[in-house]
Design a protein around this ligand. Structure first.
Ligand code: NAP
Length: 308
């Protein structure tokens, strides 16, 4: 059986696309994967999503999105799509070995926080190493932490962490930040924030202790290494779009994000649409992802009516 609309991914973009497609009588099937909900599952309070003046927890918000999509008849599959063949319509794909077909596809697989890439980082993840200050900052009351990165996220997370930590040090691999001026100034003017320029984390120390006790930093100019005692490492070094299964199938940009025609959700393959962080390295907000999910559903509906 060929579905009219298949949606891959279950963050705000995917659920919004499902709500719109279901209400348009397109009986969407949505693949939410084994860990549904996307990045909002890692956040605590969401205070900037209109309609929730008192804020809402990220996981609760995703639960509400899911309920709303289900209410209008979205079929939900809790598997990950593992391969796709978009060479002809109906498009073909598999999830846990089972084959599916759909007339249109909406890709909303999101992005994942980039990791530093050290074995010690992996071993100490959740034991002092984190990629989300909003989620884990609370655990670092009166502790010393470093934030790795020089973008807006690093600035924002450093400022946020000063609410808890006794000392926040930004470790950046170059001698200037790429963050916006206003965010840089906010961080640099914060008396609790220090910066170590031209340094990268060569090792996170504490694997034997079972928690972070320090880092070994390497000077990116001189190559010199030195150890620093700290209790926490926050990586704020950007995100990687979840596009592995689309490599060689659909047009991606140099950072592996899906290319969409500006002002639409259209990809280079007619009938395949993309929404949310998987095609947006810039805004990355729940509300913009939801908005683009709506666009994708409307684009799919239009495509189907033109290709009936
Ligand atoms: P980003 O702008 O890509 O910055 C990533 C930072 O991490 C860069 O400074 C980069 O260094 C560094 N980095 C990357 N890989 C590294 C590695 N392996 N080791 C050490 N350092 C590494 O990412 P982002 O800060 O997450 O921001 C993404 C987008 O979201 C941006 O467009 C940003 O403006 C936006 N954003 C906005 C806000 C806001 O306005 N409130 C908040 C957060 C994010 P280099 O500079 O040397 O490349």
């Amino acid at each position: 059986m060929s579905h009219k609309v298949a949606i891959i991914g279950s963050g705000p973009a995917g659920w919004t696309a499902a709500i719109y497609a279901a209400r348009a009588n397109l009986s969407p099937i949505l693949f939410e994967g084994p860990e549904p909900g996307g990045q909002l599952m890692q956040t605590t309070d969401v205070e900037n999503f209109p309609g929730f003046p008192g804020g809402i927890m990220g996981p609760e918000m995703m639960q509400k999105f899911r309920e709303q999509a289900k209410r209008f008849g979205t079929e939900i599959v809790s598997e990950r799509v593992d391969s796709v063949d978009f060479s002809s319509r109906p498009f073909k794909f598999t999830a846990k070995g089972k084959a599916y077909e759909a007339e249109t596809i909406i890709i909303s697989t999101g992005a994942t926080a980039r990791r530093i890439g050290l074995e010690s980082e992996k071993a100490l993840y959740g034991k002092g190493v984190s990629a989300c200050a909003t989620c884990d900052g609370f655990f670092f009351k009166n502790k010393r932490v470093i934030v790795v990165g020089g973008g807006d996220s690093a600035m924002e997370e450093s400022n946020f962490l000063t609410k808890f930590a006794s000392e926040v040090t930004i470790v950046h691999r170059r001698d200037s930040f790429r963050a916006s001026k206003i965010m840089q100034e906010r961080a640099l003017n914060n008396p609790k924030i220090k910066v170590i320029w031209n340094a990268e984390v060569a090792e996170i120390l504490g694997v034997d202790a079972g928690h972070v006790i320090g880092v070994r930093l390497k000077d990116t100019v001189t190559g010199e290494e030195k150890e620093m005692e700290i209790d926490g490492v926050f990586a704020a070094i950007g995100h990687v779009p979840n596009t592995d299964i689309f490599k060689g199938v659909i047009d991606l940009d140099e950072k592996m994000y899906i290319k969409t025609i500006p002002g639409s959700s259209l990809t280079n393959i007619p009938g395949v649409f993309a929404a949310g962080d998987v095609q947006d390295a810039k805004y990355r907000q729940a509300i913009t992802a939801a908005g683009s999910g709506c666009m994708a559903a409307l684009d799919a509906e239009k495509f189907l009516s033109e290709h009936e």
